[in-house]
Design a protein around this ligand. Structure first.
Ligand code: COA
Length: 176
């Protein structure tokens, strides 16, 4: 469990699944998150995936539930590990829109980046984001991420083509 001033990152619980299902079916959240076009998700599929992974035992990799004010508000994590270059990709979705734009995202990202460098010994964390997702880009910049590249009109989202921005932060950037 990673505890910040206002945000706690912890393991996902089964009682998080109902709000998670609502977040995953919220068009605004889906469009901001990027990636695949919006698609419905049944709660049964979410529960089945959760139960299958829980039955496998072991740990949850580097995926965390985001808790704000004691309530489940979304998920974030590290994935796509490159053990040779010591890099990991970061993903985050605060699914409860009431919490957007109040500094919770940057606190969660800071906790996660600290976790990546301090506890997992990664040296670089990177991510990609829609160029028009200004809220996310500003939050990432506040955590030390810099824009490193841009794929022009690389994604089709909500009726138009948008650039994809690659951002990254090195351990040495944070130490500086
Ligand atoms: C992206 C996300 C994690 C950011 O977390 P957050 O708590 O909303 O962000 P923060 O409050 O820490 O920072 C937001 C920044 O954007 C600004 N902002 C807030 N609302 C904005 C808006 N509608 N448009 C542009 N900028 C906005 C804030 O002023 C702040 O910047 P500043 O500190 O430089 O002034 C969160 O909004 C989220 O999960 N969104 C939906 C999914 C998503 O976009 N995921 C990222 C995919 S790459």
């Amino acid at each position: 469990m990673l505890v910040g001033e206002r945000v706690t990152l912890r393991g996902l619980r089964r009682d998080d699944l109902e709000p998670l299902w609502r977040f995953n079916n919220d068009l605004d959240v889906e469009l901001a998150g990027g990636g695949d076009p919006p698609m419905p998700q049944s709660i049964q599929r979410l529960e089945a995936d959760f139960d299958r992974q829980a039955a496998e035992g072991d740990r949850d990799g580097a995926w965390f539930a985001i808790e704000i004010d004691g309530a489940f508000a979304g998920q974030c994590g590290l994935f796509d590990f490159n053990e040779t270059a010591r890099t990991a990709q970061l993903g985050i979705v605060i699914g409860d829109k009431r919490y957007w734009g109040q500094g919770y995202g940057r606190e969660a990202v800071n906790l996660l980046v600290d976790y990546a460098f301090r506890y997992r010994n990664f040296r670089r964390v990177w991510l990609w984001v829609h160029a028009d997702n200004e809220r996310a880009i500003r939050a990432y910049r506040a955590c030390g991420f810099a824009e490193e590249g841009r794929l022009r009109e690389h994604m089709y989202s909500n009726g138009r083509y948008v650039d994809v921005v690659y951002m990254g932060v090195l351990h040495s950037d944070r130490a500086a």
